[in-house]
Design a protein around this ligand. Structure first.
Ligand code: FMN
Length: 337
């Protein structure tokens, strides 16, 4: 049987073989996308505790970001507060435990919102009309240390190259506000060079890095991206992408995102090692926006946009950053005995 198969293979022209392979892959791709579709739509359309937790974090993080702004905008974030109120009410309507850490962080973000306003003798006008009396009472009793901001000194990054991995990884924090001092391209190249050691599937190395220095282009891209509103332009904007031509079968369809994610994390650590401030920015966007960005930056149609990274020097006077409290590591462990 195998002999016959091999004999047929030998006489069939390469063009036909490729055509057959593509036909087969297209069929598998359809089934796979259908599977992906169900897995994803199920996750985002269910009112599970995990889904509501994410809605809580989405809004609470937005408030933390507002609190960390160099120029505090009084009564900012009405939309985020409305979303947070809705998520808190939904969470409670399902009777989930109030000891849930994400629930506590959400309350804590509101406590800090109130505190930051009061410290500046500003009345936080949205709170009373958006949140119920019960929630406001819970906010009063909540732990303010679960949310808010942290302050980074310029000094903290001075000796980054002497730090060990534990220090680099634990002291890295997303920085969104930078000094006006330019970033030396040598540091960027060094960080990219360090990241080249990131593993990729079969060492196929699909990663690409676009280094955007032109301020006009940067502004256009960041406007399309939309997740960096209210900040001054950084010294450098990076875009990490992966080229799907590194992959050969349908089962590898998401590998570009895995390899790209790993590479991006290396890059963030490497930038930290170089003593630079950085923040990842999502490249989650509809295809129209993606195509617009690809057109502007001359990115191949076969590439996946993994993430943007703003890079700059730490301001001399230091910088406030959102606290971004993490879950306890044991929460994510699933031991299979
Ligand atoms: C893939 C990715 C996309 C992100 N997108 C944005 C973004 O669009 N805007 C933003 O301000 N922060 C963004 N962040 C930064 C996260 O908010 C931040 O990493 C998270 O809150 C944890 O805080 P830390 O980086 O200070 O530890 C992004 C982070 C990642 C990893």
């Amino acid at each position: 049987m195998n002999y016959l198969k091999n004999a047929v293979k030998k006489v069939v022209p390469q063009k036909m073989k490729t055509k057959y392979r593509v036909m087969r892959e297209k069929k598998v791709l359809k089934t796979s996308y259908n599977y992906d579709y169900k897995k994803f739509i199920g996750a985002i359309s269910s009112n599970t505790e995990a889904q509501i937790e994410s809605q809580l974090m989405f809004a609470a993080h937005s408030i933390e970001k507002g609190l960390s702004h160099e120029n505090f905008r009084p009564n900012f974030g009405e939309n985020a507060l409305l979303k947070l109120s809705k998520a808190l009410e939904t969470f409670n309507s399902y009777g989930f435990s109030k000891s849930n850490i994400r629930y506590k962080i959400a309350l804590s973000s509101l406590k800090n919102y109130k505190k930051y306003h009061e410290e500046q003798e500003i009345e936080p006008v949205h709170l009373n009309h958006i949140f119920s009396v019960d929630i406001l009472n819970e906010v009063k009793l909540s732990d303010e240390h679960l949310s808010g901001t942290i302050f980074l000194e310029k000094e903290d990054k001075k000796d980054s190259k002497k730090k060990n991995f534990y220090e680099i990884s634990q002291e890295r924090t997303s920085i969104r506000e930078f000094s006006d001092v330019e970033v030396d391209m040598k540091s960027i190249e060094s960080a990219i060079n360090i990241s080249m050691k990131t593993p990729t599937v079969c060492n196929r190395q699909p990663n690409r890095v676009y280094i955007i220095k032109n301020k006009q282009v940067m502004e256009t891209i960041l406007n399309i991206q939309g997740g960096y509103k209210g900040y001054k332009l950084p010294a450098i904007l990076l875009l990490v992408s992966t080229d799907n031509r590194a992959f050969v079968s349908v089962n590898e369809r998401n590998e570009g995102f895995i390899d790209g994610g790993l590479f991006s994390m290396s890059l963030l650590y490497a930038l930290e090692y170089e003593g630079l401030g950085a923040c990842a920015l999502n490249a989650m966007m509809n295809h129209t926006k993606e195509q617009e960005i690809k057109r502007i930056l001359n990115v191949s149609e076969f590439e996946n946009l993994i993430m943007f990274i703003v890079v700059g020097q730490i301001p001399d006077e230091g910088v406030k950053c959102p606290k971004s409290q993490r879950d306890d590591y044991q929460k994510i462990m699933r031991v299979i005995q």
